[in-house]
Design a protein around this ligand. Structure first.
Ligand code: COA
Length: 167
């Protein structure tokens, strides 16, 4: 498996990964709105649009030996609502992390490379907010030594979980 910066030709496969996970919770069908929103964010980062440069959007992919994209990790400067939870003035946020298949080491490999990338970019901290709908994956961040630092209420009465790790 190779972890590298996302390229334009990866976009269709990235969209497919999002399509696997972003389903409508009531119908189970792919949620086009979410899929297009997140794919566009990656496209903007690859094209280096002005807005994406301002928020330092950056995207890593995991590619297997057959050239298939099997994981995606999106980064940016933290959303303003996360800033009160940071402990340094130089944090970056994981806003998107998905593996095509679970428990194959893809998430761990992406986060490992992310830490090197963040260090090169002179970031000191990584923060991540995970919505309640992804609750099943929360132990992943604990397993990678991220520290739970708080929660945020969602409009549906549930809560999202926040972690950070210093680098
Ligand atoms: C969350 C996700 C990115 C993790 O990537 P992954 O490739 O499945 O995780 P890895 O195989 O690299 O696992 C790394 C470690 O975390 C642990 N882990 C991963 N998912 C876990 C889970 N759901 N529960 C408990 N432990 C978990 C693994 O056991 C492993 O620990 P070990 O190395 O000590 O054995 C992936 O499972 C995924 O895409 N999930 C669905 C979408 C999602 O929830 N994304 C996160 C949104 S915030």
């Amino acid at each position: 498996m190779e972890i590298r910066k996302a390229r334009k030709e990866d976009l269709e496969q990235i969209r497919n990964i999002y399509a696997q996970w972003y389903t409508d919770e009531s119908t189970g069908k792919p949620s086009e709105e979410d899929i297009s929103y997140f794919t566009k964010k990656i496209e903007d980062a690859i094209s280096k649009t002005e807005a994406s440069l301002q928020s330092d959007y950056y995207c890593l992919v995991a590619e297997n030996e057959k050239g298939k994209i099997i994981g995606i990790l999106g980064l940016r400067k933290p959303h303003h609502k996360l800033l009160p939870f940071t402990t340094t003035t130089n944090a970056m946020e994981i806003y998107s992390l998905f593996a095509l298949e679970r428990n194959m080491g893809v998430g761990r490999a992406l986060v490992h490379t992310l830490k090197n990338t963040a260090a090169i970019k002179k970031y000191k901290e990584i923060i991540v907010l995970s919505a309640n709908r992804w609750k099943e994956s929360w132990p992943f961040y604990d397993a990678l030594s991220f520290e739970r630092i708080g929660t945020l209420a969602e409009s549906n009465g549930k809560y999202s979980q926040l972690w950070h790790i210093l680098i």
